[in-house]
Design a protein around this ligand. Sequence first.
Ligand SMILES: [Zn+2]
Ligand SMILES: [Zn+2]
Length: 222
Amino acid sequence: MGLSTSQSLTNQNVYTFVKENFHLAHIEPATSSDDPTQVEEKWSIVVIRDPFLCRQFCDDVQFTLSVSEIQQQQAERIRAEQKIKCVQCNDYYTEEDNKMGQCVHHDGFVYDNYSPKLTQWAPETAIEQLLSEEAQAVQQASIANVPMTAEQKERTERAKQRFRYICCNQTLQTTGNVGGCKRGKHGPENITRNEWELARDNNQEYQYKRIRLLQSRAQHDD
Ligand SMILES: [Zn+2]
Ligand SMILES: [Zn+2]
């Protein structure tokens, strides 16, 4: 029993030993000589093939970093703390805090649930459409100077609910927290919002889902 345990313990001891001896490496005036130019040098040379272990070891012994390593660390820190706008949820994030579950968004387009062809819309365009319809209704009512009838109101309210996300069938909202059915990490960083929208609107899986919805409705109508 414990072969792996004793092996890892041995490695740990070796590591500690090497680390301590590395700390003892120094250059100082030789005690055995009266000549102050005579120095006693104690060298340690460690060869580490694995880059991760090498970095770990350098940290552990506080080995002086090279200029390029310091620059690289600075660049990494700046990158980690930089505010980036997420293409998926439109919110800001830093790479440092970018964890799973932080980015809440819908990854599908919307469709007009009341249109016979289940017309596909980009959510951004659909929101603009709803806002413009709402403004028009208010303007018309004020021009006509008569309050909307209960039926008109109901029709307007129903029209507001007609856009559904293909990913989850949730209703598209023009106000409040947008939310979403997907929870993941913010990003990806290497594409623009426009590119992401294009990919979302051409998502094959969701295209098929819309066609299946259309087909099943056509069958029910027969
Ligand atoms: Zn969704
Ligand atoms: Zn996000």
